[in-house]
Write a protein that binds this ligand. Structure first.
Ligand SMILES: CC(C)(COP(=O)(O)OP(=O)(O)OC[C@H]1O[C@@H](n2cnc3c(N)ncnc32)[C@H](O)[C@@H]1OP(=O)(O)O)[C@@H](O)C(=O)NCCC(=O)NCCS
Length: 265
């Protein structure tokens, strides 16, 4: 197994999570821009047969398109090893390569977000226990997520979650309002935004209006204290994991019927 530095040439082949999926170019184009701008960094693990086995993506925390803040650390967005290559040291090699790169570039440490056990949900996740096993210490928590970090020196400060501060206003009746925070760092959010747009086109503009907020730069994320999420009538309804057309349609119907009942009163 070989570790290669992520660059614009190996990006589309190496970051395999969006292969063959609709509108995946939206994610790759965004990542390419961040790579060109020296924000995104990463490592690709290649198996001896030449196939990509896994990847890790990370950023200087001050510029990360993630809901975190801190000073001096590099922050992992994603580490992903294909199931057939797991349990053979690839994840460890990727995290160690990220640590070495962070150290070489003068970072004070490496941070990552991990989740508790979700194996039965069928949703891919970054297990917090893996980061703990890599020698990282748990610090802040938000919802189901926990931030982990390891310091390379005494200057390292733990990472923190941003404080969410976004309360979109519902429309005046009868239409309901959907707000999407559109961050293209991960295919899940590209998928979710496209699905919401598809469903809303079916529902029709007489019932619902949509506002898409571009959350692909740090200033926009700091402004709202969050990078992703789907708000229905001002309420954060989806923020984590892939959603389905049925999920969205049901949530829209519930919000629209509640609005009609309120209007009738
Ligand atoms: C978590 C993950 C990266 C681990 O990769 P891996 O290649 O299987 O891990 P390794 O074989 O390098 O394991 C390294 C060490 O971590 C341990 N480890 C691996 N997975 C672990 C887990 N889920 N919990 C605790 N420890 C774990 C191993 O036992 C091993 O310990 P050792 O060095 O003492 O023997 C991999 O399971 C994965 O990609 N999961 C899916 C993550 C995901 O969904 N990413 C996409 C969303 S960002």
């Amino acid at each position: 197994m070989k570790i290669e530095k992520l660059n614009t040439d190996n990006l589309r082949g190496g970051v395999f999570c969006a292969h063959g999926k609709p509108k995946s170019e939206e994610m790759y184009d965004q990542m390419e821009a961040w790579l060109d701008g020296n924000l995104l960094r990463g490592q690709i693990a290649r198996a001896d047969n030449g196939e990509v086995a896994g990847f890790v993506l990370y950023y200087p925390i001050e510029e990360a398109p993630l809901d975190v803040e801190g000073e001096g650390l590099y922050m992992v967005q994603c580490v992903y090893v294909k199931p057939e290559y797991q349990k053979a040291g690839t994840g460890k090699a990727l995290v160690e390569a990220a640590m070495a790169d962070a150290h070489k570039n003068g970072a004070t440490g490496l941070a990552a977000e991990g989740f508790s056990d979700r194996i039965n949900t069928g949703f891919e996740y970054k297990p917090g226990a893996f980061f703990a096993h890599m020698g990282m210490t748990a610090t802040d928590t938000r919802g189901q997520g926990t931030l982990y970090y390891v310091g390379f020196n005494t200057e390292a400060e733990p990472p923190r979650y941003l404080e969410p501060d976004f309360k979109p206003k519902p429309h005046m009746e009868p239409r309901i309002k959907v707000d999407i925070l559109d961050c293209r760092r991960c295919y899940t959010f590209v998928h979710n935004r496209n699905l919401v747009e598809t469903v809303l086109a079916q529902v029709g503009e007489d019932k619902v209006t949509l506002e898409v907020h571009d959350q692909n730069d740090r200033a926009a994320i700091l402004d709202k204290g969050m990078s992703t999420g789907v708000f229905i009538d001002g309420k954060l309804t989806f923020f984590d994991g892939p959603i389905s057309e049925d999920d969205i349609m049901n949530a829209i119907e519930i919000a629209y019927n509640a609005r009609l009942r309120a209007t009738d009163r």
